[in-house]
Design a protein. Structure first.
Length: 114
């Protein structure tokens, strides 16, 4: 599975961005897809995941501000990010877990200025 992430950019604190992750094949049956992020000098961390049944899970730090969704017809997963904070600055990576194998996109940079 090839994943292409897009939608990152520079935004002021309190602003919004919508990330997209386009997959090279159908995501309908992919067990789990999600977004992770890695800030400078820090480890990669989970942001949000969505299962094939559309169950969602969020890191505590983004609950109530971020929303993960998917469009099976377009083979695309989205991450709507609202009320962005400077601490959300990171490279955001799309992930797909298919048959126990993890696939990663190239990452998209999100920078939130104070």
């Amino acid at each position: 599975v090839q994943l292409q992430a897009s939608g990152g950019g520079l935004v002021q604190a309190g602003g919004s961005l919508n990330l997209s992750c386009a997959a090279s094949r159908s995501i309908f049956s992919i067990k789990s897809m999600g977004w992770y992020r890695q800030a400078p000098g820090k480890q990669r961390e989970l942001v949000a995941t969505i299962t094939s049944a559309a169950d969602t899970n969020y890191a505590d730090s983004v609950k109530g501000r971020f929303t993960i969704s998917k469009d099976n017809a377009k083979n695309t997963v989205f991450l709507q990010m609202n009320s962005l904070k400077p601490e959300d600055t990171a490279v955001y990576y799309c992930n797909a877990n298919r048959f126990g194998v993890n696939y990663w996109g190239q990452g998209t940079l999100v920078t939130v200025s104070s």
